[in-house]
Write a protein that binds this ligand. Sequence first.
Ligand code: S3P
Length: 184
Amino acid sequence: MNEKLSKIACVGLPGSGKSTVGRQLARRLSLPFIDSDQVVEQRIGCSIREFFEREGEASFRDLEQSILDELTCSPQSCVISTGGGAVLLPGNRKHLHERTIVVYLHSPPDEVFRRLRHDRNRPLLQVADPLGKLHDLYQLRDPLYRETAHIVIETGRPSVSALVNQIVSQLESFDPGQVGELPV
Ligand code: S3P
């Protein structure tokens, strides 16, 4: 496989299934799976939620950026699931787009709200109106996910294995020439 083709990154809103789908995709392609949020938590030695409360979002974004740079640079073939805010920094969008095949798992905010309404781990959603917050995140981020992605998958109703099938079939017809530069 082309080196770029052997590194795949999943992007999308929190709750869009990046880790679940990414893990199954890795299994299907016999590649290692790396969850960038887990790498962050290993480095900081506490949960991302605690880190947000103690150090603030900007410190988290700095750390996330350096970890994504390392993960996308490494020669190891793998499937990476990224944090939902990974596309906020232009440098991350560029690195993801130019060094990996980016799969955007597109889920509308109402759908992720249904999945995440009892979640207490995502710091950005611990607010009075999490659905409103998800709508705001979607408005801001959907164009950034699309700009970064090579492949867009509608998550909707399909099972995880059906989503993985869709991704694999799009990867099979993927033209490596599409992993071009992202002007920022
Ligand atoms: C974030 C999403 C989280 C995690 C952090 C910030 C975000 O990852 O990186 O809490 O900005 O949307 P998930 O998308 O895996 O929940």
